[in-house]
Design a protein around this ligand. Structure first.
Ligand code: ZN
Length: 497
């Protein structure tokens, strides 16, 4: 659809709240970008709209009548018309279908009988009425939000259905959004290299047709806002308050949660420098307890005239005097590789374990039904609590702030419960999944331990299998995490498989 943008400010207009024509232009351009509106022309006029008879406005209407554009963008309805004759002509064009849409950054308009009615008032009446009207619109939004309907523009993947006045899934864009959620979540947890950045996702979205404007991909923080928008799991936050939406979902809670974890990872500060000390912050000194950190030594051999640099790890000695000597990075790396390799799970064992898991899964099935029942009871109780809370708010036993705070608290709780219920429904029980993950991690240990030049992956792998890493007399020690400890013990009694 094509739009014409119309800006107006008259010289006799003293109202400082009305932006200058240049400011209106700038704001409309940004608005059009954000809303993906194709604007064929910007028209400006420095005349009052209190009486009919503006040249540029007449041109605007003529071009709409001719079909050169089907929509108008303006800062606020009062820029278009402030007298009932001009206002009536706009409404008439809407009625006969020559004008299909009106967009205002400052005014919510839907082409419905109610929307036209409000627009009519906004056109014809004094500022007092216009102000009152915006309150009415707010009231209309309240009504919607309390009924679980998002009252303003729907997030990407959804659309505002003006015929039913609800939020519906946009069949095409929802697929794209779902795809990028998957892509972002898939980055392997044992490997930092395959993690996707917000910029990667922005470029992917751009390729799939979702952009800030025609040639510009979204900014990273816009991508982050999309990936962390709880609207996709049915939670609407409107003016600081949570509401349960009734719109259909296409992103599961489980996928959403995985993406949130990745977002946290992506936002971890990374140190930039010529040297990447992958094992920093991993170990403590066994003698004094201070951190072990990497360091580069440059050496110059006079006799052979050769320069060389060596990477060491050493105790920072920040807590107290300490006699520990540095260890060459390669020696440390070898010990870490062995530590990870020692708990690597042979493929044959993994196959057996997966078989046992299958059997246990069947048994779990019956138990999970019992759990499901319990969780649902808790959910009922929570709903009753929410009702009591609302009652005490309506009877003014508690104030609005307390109500909001408590309600948000209950809401979080409810969210967790429904999440658990969903999860049980999806995979039967809450411990099988972590166990499957454990087998996956143990299987990947062999790969990580034997891969070359991937010290950052090795560090992540080490943290997965163990904790309490200490370095004493250039000798690494650690505690294996649950599960991995038994693998390490088995490795001691059995030959490599
Ligand atoms: Zn030390």
């Amino acid at each position: 659809m094509k739009y014409i943008a119309y800006c107006r400010k008259s010289t006799d207009e003293k109202d400082k709240q009305v932006l200058s024509i240049e400011q209106q232009l700038a704001e409309l351009k940004e608005f059009a970008n954000r809303e993906h509106l194709e604007i064929v022309e910007f028209i400006t006029e420095a005349r009052t709209a209190k009486v009919p008879g503006r040249e540029q406005f007449a041109q605007l209407l003529k071009r709409i009548e001719k079909g050169e554009a089907q929509g108008i963008v303006s800062w606020h309805p009062d820029r278009l018309a402030r007298n009932s004759v001009d206002g009536g002509r706009i409404i008439y064009l809407l009625d006969i279908g020559k004008l299909v849409d009106l967009k205002f950054p400052q005014f919510w308009f839907e082409s419905t009988p109610q929307g036209k009615f409000m627009l009519n008032i906004a056109f014809g009446q004094s500022k007092y009425y216009v102000d009152n009207l915006s309150e009415n619109v707010t009231r209309g939004m309240r009504y919607k939000i309390n009924n679980g309907i998002w009252p303003v523009k729907a997030p990407i993947g959804y659309k505002n259905d003006s015929s039913t006045r609800t939020i519906q899934i946009d069949s095409e864009k929802s697929k794209i959004i779902k795809k990028v959620f998957h892509v972002f979540a898939e980055g392997n947890e044992h490997s930092s290299s395959s993690n996707k950045s917000f910029t990667d996702i922005s470029l992917l979205l751009h390729k799939l047709g979702i952009s800030a404007s025609k040639n510009k991909p979204l900014k990273p923080d816009q991508v982050k806002r999309i990936l962390s928008n709880r609207f996709y799991i049915g939670i609407m936050k409107y003016v600081g308050e949570y509401h349960q939406g009734i719109h259909k979902l296409f992103i599961s809670k489980e996928l959403f949660d995985r993406v949130q974890k990745k977002i946290k990872l992506a936002e971890r500060p990374t140190r930039k420098g010529s040297h990447n000390f992958a094992f920093n912050k991993l170990m403590k000194c066994g003698e004094c307890g201070a951190s072990i950190t990497g360091e580069v030594h440059n050496k110059y051999y006079k006799t052979t005239k050769r320069a060389a640099s060596y990477t060491y790890y050493r105790c920072t000695k920040k807590l107290k005097p300490c006699s520990q000597k540095p260890i060459p990075a390669q020696h440390l790396e070898l010990q870490l590789r062995k530590a990870v390799d020692d708990v690597a799970l042979p493929q044959k064992w993994a196959n057996d374990w997966y078989k046992w898991l299958e059997r246990d899964e069947m048994e779990e099935q019956s138990k999970s039904e019992e759990n499901l029942h319990k969780l649902k009871l808790n959910l009922d109780i929570l709903d009753k609590k929410l009702n009591i809370l609302l009652d005490s708010y309506l009877e003014q036993v508690i104030d609005a702030n307390t109500y909001k705070m408590k309600k948000n608290e209950f809401f979080e709780e409810k969210l967790n419960l429904t999440g658990e219920i969903e999860k049980i429904k999806a995979d039967g029980s809450s411990w099988l999944e972590p166990f499957k993950n454990f087998i996956g991690s143990a299987l990947s240990c062999a790969k990580i331990a034997r891969a070359k030049n991937t010290c950052s992956d090795l560090a992540i792998g080490a943290k997965t299998v163990g904790s309490n890493f200490f370095l004493t007399n250039r000798q690494l020690s650690l505690n294996y995490n649950q599960g991995f400890a038994s693998l390490a013990a088995r490795r001691l009694c059995q030959p490599r498989g």
